[in-house]
Design a protein around this ligand. Structure first.
Ligand code: PLP
Length: 379
């Protein structure tokens, strides 16, 4: 009998998830900012030094909310890495910003801080670093942004539970965004959050998220009726999704421990086999608490990556790659430019391979993945 395929990703069921979903379904209160939203928000705020957190339908929506907060005018520029998911740039392009693509650092695979400094102009409004795989981008970006009067918005879709020198990722910027998409460590299918580290942005963020109304102030008893006071959209997460999110967050320590076990096994077993083939393991430095979001190898070239990916998939191992560089994509070329070029992005995008890593991967699966990968790397 051939072994069943191991997917790249699969969501796990947290112990209290079904009970919370039933409780929420029966409550008759499914709209956003209900009781489960309040509890999930509290958990997330606790993971971000107590900063206010607004649940959103996705990380993309949280990025759009950040873009709305910027009040982008024609010609305004936003600096983003080319090596990221489309939303990091797309949310700002949607609001009319001109996207300036920066290259990435070859070690952290996050935005190249030296390029950012060179790319800032008097039209720049924000810098949006991505903590790729939960590996922090340089903390010095906050000081750089403050010096130039820019917003630093951390796209922290990958980095929940990660930290640098004890400081949680997502607390460095004025704002940060989280994803609870199916592929993330903590998931409610589709979901996200905006973390508001700069208190000056909090009240307006609440209004923009609530269709431009001051409903949040009304619920706090600060106004006697709520009305339309600003532009805005509908960026709340249903309380049903929040019920699932809360169950997952309560199970967060176990989820991280399981992912760490798989990650450590890959590092110990696949790592040396990869290194013997001239590949490198993408891993955080000693001052970082790993978010255990991705396990990534960088192969010597595109040919080696393509061959390994194909061979792994033929063996039922759900390896994948990403990202196709944004600066040379069809929409990226319309949305902006990469004035300094992005050679590291181009190279990494060709050479990267991701191994299956998900929250209920058990030893039987990760040991089989590792054994197959070691065999393929030896060929
Ligand atoms: C870096 C990054 N930013 C943003 C997103 C978008 O997240 P969501 O699907 O929650 O909108 C993703 C999705 O994988 C991502 O990897």
């Amino acid at each position: 009998m051939t072994a069943s395929p191991i997917p790249f990703n699969r969501a796990t069921l947290a112990p209290r998830q079904l009970a919370y979903l039933e409780q929420s379904s029966r409550s008759g209160q499914l709209a956003g900012d209900g009781p489960f939203s309040a509890a999930a928000t509290k958990e997330l705020s606790g993971l971000h030094n107590g900063a206010p957190v607004l649940l959103t339908p996705s990380c993309t929506a949280a990025l759009e909310l950040s873009a709305l907060l910027l009040d982008i005018q024609p010609g305004d520029e936003v600096i983003v890495p080319s090596f990221t998911f489309s939303s990091t740039a797309g949310a700002f392009a949607l609001m009319g910003a001109r996207i300036v693509f920066a290259d990435i650092d070859p070690v952290t695979l996050g935005i190249d801080a030296a390029q950012v400094a060179q790319l800032i102009t008097d039209r720049t409004r924000a810098v949006v670093p991505v903590h790729y795989g939960g590996v922090p981008t340089p903390p010095g970006l906050r000081a750089l942004a403050d010096r130039h009067g820019l917003l630093l918005i951390e796209d922290n879709a990958h980095g929940l539970y990660g930290s640098l020198d004890g400081q949680p990722l997502g607390t460095f910027g004025h704002l940060s965004t989280l994803s609870f998409h199916n592929t993330k460590n903590i998931t409610c299918g589709e979901g996200g959050a905006l973390v508001v580290n700069d208190p000056a942005l909090h009240e307006r963020a609440e209004i923009l998220r609530e269709k431009g109304t001051d409903r949040a102030r009304f619920f706090r008893g600060m106004v006697d009726k709520y009305s339309w006071v600003d532009v805005g959209s509908s960026y709340l997460l249903s309380d049903l999704n929040a019920a699932m999110l809360l169950a997952q967050l309560e199970f967060g320590a176990e989820i991280q421990a399981r992912r760490q076990a798989a990650w450590d096994h890959y590092r110990a077993v696949v790592g040396p086999a990869a290194e013997a083939r001239g590949a490198t393991v993408f891993e955080p430095g000693p001052d970082v608490v790993n978010a255990y979001h991705l396990f990534v190898l960088l192969l010597p070239d595109l040919e080696a990556r393509t061959a390994l990916l194909k061979a792994a998939q033929e063996q039922g191992i759900g390896c994948t790659f990403h990202y196709v560089p944004l600066h040379s994509s069809a929409a990226g070329r319309k949305a902006g430019t990469a004035p300094l070029g992005c050679p590291v992005t181009d190279s990494v995008s060709d050479r990267l391979i991701r191994l299956p890593l998900f929250s209920d991967i058990g030893p039987a699966d990760y040991e089989r993945v590792a054994d197959v990968m070691v065999r393929l790397l030896a060929n």
